[in-house]
Design a protein around this ligand. Structure first.
Ligand SMILES: *Cc1c(COP(=O)(O)O)cnc(C)c1O
Length: 369
């Protein structure tokens, strides 16, 4: 008899565990490599350029104030972001990464005898969090590795509360365009809230970014999630935000702990917002890196899914084995069996030298598999 398990909520005791990308130091320890610097990590879609230098300066300045609790309402960040996005300050809520906001959304909307709709190859965190709250996940097959929005709308049941669209999606790197998304959002039944997860949106040139915030301004039941973890290079700090009509934000605020985002994170995010050149440099690096990996895949005869994000889904065959062999060469990528894609790995785009090392490790891994 396990006294903990017997007392646990039954839907929690049976949960699966999310397998995150491994930290560099852990891999170095496992491989007995003395120098963590020798390891290339292209596993978690981080920004290989690092944070904006402005954000680093802001963090240095903020360090001296770390004896004080943060501003729980994130006043300055909220107002600056509202100004940039043309939203009202009361249309924003901040979280320790957008993952925390997904959890807030689940607190508000999910419980046993409710369901979510998502695509079968979309970001796995949605179904893991739904399971945490005892909600059922309705998985809708993708078409050509892209959200099939018509099928997703049809899959909505009376007990469905949330429908998730990751745009662009991780791990496929695909997106749905503005027109298709508009038809989808505007045809949703009244009893569901659409969650549009735009973790990679800033990597798209502005003219290709769907205008999802207009639904927030119009007061539709839409929550847009964004993060400073990816394009802004601040994954270690944990800060992201939700944009939604004020009635939605007020609900999210009820389940938020008062000091969930750190003062350091708020300062860095604020500084990062005012460094558009860093975003531009990041876009350029990602564009060139994607081209490099696409060429490398063609040379190795490996099919891949064309990506608009900062990673590439590659069909290597036996993804976990390839991942392990590459790791022995000091290159960390991500095996895709947790996504039901055992023949694939996902490679994050890094700086040119990292990309070259990754391609070499992949080539070597293929030779032995
Ligand atoms: C990385 C990622 C996130 C969130 O990351 P946070 O660090 O928690 O902000 C959310 N959605 C998708 C699709 C992602 O790839």
């Amino acid at each position: 008899m396990n006294p903990f398990r017997e007392r646990a909520n039954p839907w929690v005791a049976g949960l699966g565990v999310y397998e995150p990308g491994k930290p560099i130091e852990e891999v170095a320890r496992e491989l007995g490599l003395p120098d963590p610097e020798a390891i290339v990590k292209l596993a978690s879609n981080e920004n290989a350029l690092g944070p904006s230098p402005r954000a680093v300066r802001a963090m240095r300045r903020a360090a001296r104030q770390m004896h004080l609790y943060p501003d729980g309402g994130a006043f300055r960040l909220r107002h600056r972001l509202a100004e940039i996005l043309n939203l009202r300050p009361e249309e924003l809520c901040f979280g320790a990464g957008s993952n925390e906001l997904i959890e807030f959304i689940a607190h508000v909307f999910l419980g046993p005898s409710s369901s979510i709709v998502m695509a079968d190859r979309a970001f796995v965190v949605y179904k893991l969090i739904a399971a945490m709250f005892g909600a059922e996940t309705i998985s809708v097959p993708m078409r050509d590795f892209t959200h099939d929005l018509d099928a997703m709308r049809q899959a909505i049941r009376p007990d469905t509360r949330l429908v998730f669209v990751a745009n662009p999606n991780n791990p496929t790197g695909t997106m749905v365009e503005n027109d298709a998304l508009t038809r989808f959002v505007e045809s949703l039944p009244d009893h569901v809230v659409a969650v549009l997860d735009e973790a990679y949106i800033e990597l798209l040139p502005p003219e290709r970014q769907p205008d999802s915030l207009r639904w927030v301004r119009e007061g539709r039941p839409v929550i847009v999630l964004r993060t400073f973890s990816k394009t802004y290079g601040l994954a270690g700090l944990r800060i992201g935000y939700a944009a939604a009509p004020p009635e939605g934000i007020r609900l999210l605020e009820r389940v938020r702990q008062p000091f969930n985002t750190s003062a350091m994170a708020q300062e860095a995010a604020l500084a990062a917002l005012d460094d558009p050149r860093h975003v531009e440099r990041t876009r350029r690096m990602v564009r060139q890196g994607l081209r490099f990996f696409e060429r490398a895949c063609r040379t190795m005869n490996l099919p891949y899914v064309p990506s608009v994000a900062n990673f590439l889904l590659v069909r290597t065959g036996r993804g976990r084995e390839i991942f392990e062999r590459m790791q022995r060469e000091g290159v960390i990528v991500r095996p895709m069996d947790p996504y039901g894609l055992p023949d694939y790995i996902r490679i994050t785009v890094g700086r040119p030298a990292e990309n070259r090392r990754c391609a070499e490790a992949l080539k070597k891994a293929l030779l032995f598999s």
